[in-house]
Ligand binder design. Structure first.
Ligand code: ADP
Length: 481
């Protein structure tokens, strides 16, 4: 594949780590090694930060139209190379090809969107209280942005951040997840080919052991002005603390524990379609995946039966063209998911489907699993499962459903199905989450304001709000007029 790179991208050049170290990138479907990338440390990161810093002033002083045109060229190249990008996503993240193509379409759309939004960053003139003064608010780019991204969307999590940062006039240092660095490097190559100046985008690759020191430097370097992170709540908290020392701008998109509520007035056909889409996209490894299915008593058995049938009939695990469900990203995620399932079983959950690793397919594969009798003392009730596991809880009233739904410190996405319009409005407002799917299981798109409340994060990505994370408001007061 011509977009596979074995070096990192710093100051417009492909570079090894200064110590000459590298690490393997593995295909999760079978564990085979598909490439090697540099294992960069804090010294390498300092060089990348300096290059982003040096590139900042010239980039920030380009016109919005110039930035828009460059982003558009980048988008066009991403589109021209969408099949190859999708193949890359598939081999390093283990996604079925069709799903990878979907991610590339989604990821590319952020660059298109922000190429348009770049030209709509405007200011305000406030009504002055004094005749001799005029008050203006302008928006300026914050400076160098550090972007740390996860493996579950190796393409889209980068473009969602970098598109907004570049549109605003920021430069960036990207640290992709150690499991999926190849897509990030390919995206950087296409940015370079599009004519985005050297230093504006830098990608450093690090193995897991270097992630913490590199992350700390990205948070604490005085040359970096903001951090945008997508990943686990645990790591997000560490980075938030580290950013406090320099009062950095922070945008965090962390884990969720999404409730998926099915009320008795729901259209059950739609609810099952929504449940399948929300739960099984990327084998349950998305931060907005439904995590706890809350189903009203009167329709509980019917919903469980229908969902079980859909899982049996529609989910095809494997790597063939007709397959739509891949492996988990790595062995430690598989062990974590299995531990969650075994904990539930030990505490009295009933297994309707699956319940163990799919060993015949390889060491990272897990059977689509359906559990009922889920209780608050189980891990699957409290933790983000990040795997193909449905856990069902029975409720008797709207009040009880909301109490269970909100009984968690996190609040990213929530879903519910109801045929009662008053209930739709009430529940939509009462769910303590940043995004709600109402009679809908797929809510992500470029135009949407993506983000969470409570411990799920700070800030919004996508939509016109995405740019705000990368700009400061400056107040100019003209006096003695
Ligand atoms: P996951 O558990 O899904 O891998 P993480 O939050 O651990 O999610 O990882 C998301 C991103 O954060 C990855 O790029 C990873 O390398 C990075 N990361 C992990 N630990 C740290 C850390 N202590 N400091 C900075 N980045 C980290």
């Amino acid at each position: 594949m011509s977009l596979i790179r074995d070096k990192a991208f710093v100051n417009g050049e492909w570079v090894p780590s200064q110590k000459g170290k590298s690490f393997d990138v593995v295909n999760p479907t079978d564990g085979s090694v598909i490439g090697q990338v540099p294992d960069m440390d804090v010294e390498d990161t300092n060089v990348a930060i300096q290059s982003a810093y040096d590139a900042f002033k010239p980039w920030a002083s380009t016109t919005a139209k110039e930035r828009s045109n460059l982003l558009r060229k980048w988008f066009n190249l991403l589109e021209e190379n969408k099949e190859e990008l999708a193949r890359l996503v598939s081999i390093e993240a283990g996604k079925p090809y069709k799903e990878s193509l979907g991610e590339v379409f989604y990821g590319n759309s952020f660059i298109e969107w922000f190429s348009e939004e770049a030209r709509r960053i405007t200011g305000e003139i406030a009504a002055s209280p004094a005749k001799s003064k005029e008050m203006l608010f302008i928006r300026q780019p914050i400076g160098v942005a550090a972007l740390i991204t996860p493996w579950n969307f190796p393409h889209a999590m980068i473009t969602r951040k970098a598109g907004a940062a570049l549109a605003a006039g920021c430069t960036c240092v990207i640290k992709p997840a150690e499991d999926t660095p190849l897509t990030a490097l390919a995206i950087a190559q296409l940015a370079h080919d599009a004519g985005i100046p050297k230093g504006v985008i830098n990608v450093i690759t690090s193995n897991r052991e270097n992630a913490a020191p590199v992350g700390k430097l990205l948070c604490e370097s005085p040359l970096v002005r903001g951090l945008s992170f997508t990943g686990s709540t645990a790591v997000g908290k560490i980075l938030y603390r580290q950013c406090a020392t320099g009062i950095k701008r922070v945008s965090l998109e962390l884990g969720g524990n999404a409730p998926f509520i099915v009320f008795k007035s729901a259209n059950l056909d739609q609810a099952v379609v929504g449940a399948m889409a929300s739960k099984f996209r990327n084998c349950g490894q998305t931060c907005v995946s439904a995590n706890r299915f809350l189903v009203e008593e009167a329709i509980f058995d019917e919903f469980v039966e229908r969902l079980k049938n859909a899982m049996k009939n529609e989910l095809k695990q494997g790597t063939g063209e007709s397959c739509n469900t891949g492996p988990l990203i790595n062995v430690s995620q598989l062990l974590r998911v299995d531990n969650i399932v075994q904990d539930a079983v030990k505490k009295g959950a009933k297994v309707h489907l699956g319940g163990s690793p799919a060993k015949d397919l390889g060491e990272r594969w897990y059977q689509p699993t359906l559990l009922t009798n889920v209780q608050p003392n189980m891990l699957c009730y409290n933790e983000e499962i990040f795997g193909p596991v449905v856990s069902c809880i029975k409720f008797k009233s709207e009040e009880e459903a909301l109490k269970i739904a909100n009984d968690t410190p996190v609040g990213l996405a929530g879903y519910f199905f109801s045929g009662d319009i008053s209930q739709c409005w009430r529940v939509g407002k009462a769910l303590e989450v940043g995004m709600v799917g109402i009679n809908e299981g797929m809510i992500s798109c470029t135009e949407a304001a993506f983000g969470g409340v409570k411990e799920s994060g700070i800030g919004r990505e996508g939509s016109h709000h995405g740019i705000e994370e990368y700009t400061d408001v400056k107040y100019l007061c003209f006096g003695n007029l």
